[in-house]
Design a protein. Structure first.
Length: 281
């Protein structure tokens, strides 16, 4: 049964208001481990606001964001005082933004964030910043510990780029690359953080049909090979219905329905939110 599955993320009664606009209104849903979970809704439904509350770019007015950080001790990214108890779900609300990634939760953005003047592999290496223990002084002088760390993470970056089929262009500058390549770079960068959960914010935006079909395969490959959970916001309903195990639909910050793609397609409240209430003939 579904309630026996291990939770990866649990949103409880999340609310946030901007001026007189209630962007999220008592929203709750659960994402399970190793699941590809879609979050959908009409424009302005509050989907990206949910992501920003999860990652604490926004501080919600009420509610909780519980995240399964059960392997935080093994990951070694957190100071002892920040470690959760064994088996404890961490409430991310109120946590510093920079600590979220150390729990194993990473995200991409609607707009691709790369540094054009750096090579593709150096853009990917930015994702390994939580694993660098050498100081800025050691890195500036290329001292032994800094060199060892860079060698280790560069090999990890090459492996991740090979996984997404872009290792052959790793030394090319990011500036001037096709948009589809830059999307892959951003996704590759998330893999450098040893993620437990990856949040993908409209990954198909700007991609053509062929690139979107490839993206669907990549999402499944990441889940299977990196053993992580994926939370997806996407307007391309064909992609959502193809890749997601379950979907949560929201409208004006309120919960509408959750279920399999087939169940969501048949749900009347979802149909009305997207198409408008149908008048009786």
């Amino acid at each position: 049964m579904e309630n026996t599955r291990k939770e990866a993320l649990r949103i409880e009664k999340l609310s946030i208001q901007f001026g007189g606009l209630k962007a999220l209104d008592d929203l709750s849903f659960t994402v399970y481990e190793n699941e590809i979970f879609g979050l959908i809704g009409p424009n302005g439904a509050g989907k990206t606001t949910v992501f920003n509350c999860i990652t604490q770019f926004y501080k919600p007015d009420a509610g909780h964001v519980f995240f399964n950080a059960s392997d935080a001790r093994q990951r070694g990214h957190l100071k002892r005082r920040d470690l959760p108890a064994d088996g404890e779900m961490v409430d991310l609300v109120g946590k510093p933004v920079h600590r979220i990634i150390r729990y194993g939760l990473v995200r991409t953005f609607q707009n691709v964030e790369v540094i054009p003047e750096l090579s593709l592999i150096d853009n990917v290496l930015i994702g390994a910043h939580v694993d660098f223990n050498s100081t800025m002084f050691e890195q500036a002088l290329r001292l032994p510990r800094a060199r060892r760390e860079e060698k280790k993470h560069r090999a990890q970056a090459v492996k991740a780029m090979e996984f997404l089929g872009i290792a052959d262009i790793k030394d090319q500058l990011a500036g001037g690359q096709p948009y589809g390549i830059l999307k892959k770079i951003e996704m590759t960068r998330t893999l450098m953080c040893e993620p437990r959960l990856i949040i993908l914010d409209e990954p198909a935006a700007g991609l053509n049909n062929t690139e979107t079909e490839e993206l669907a395969k990549i999402i499944h490959m990441i889940r299977e090979n990196y053993h992580c959970t994926i939370l997806l916001v996407e307007h391309d309903m064909r992609l959502v219905m193809e890749v997601c195990d379950r979907i949560c639909a929201i409208s004006f910050g309120k919960f509408l329905a959750t279920g399999t793609p087939a169940e969501i397609q048949k749900d009347k409240s979802v149909q009305e939110a997207y198409l408008g209430e149908q008048e009786d003939e």
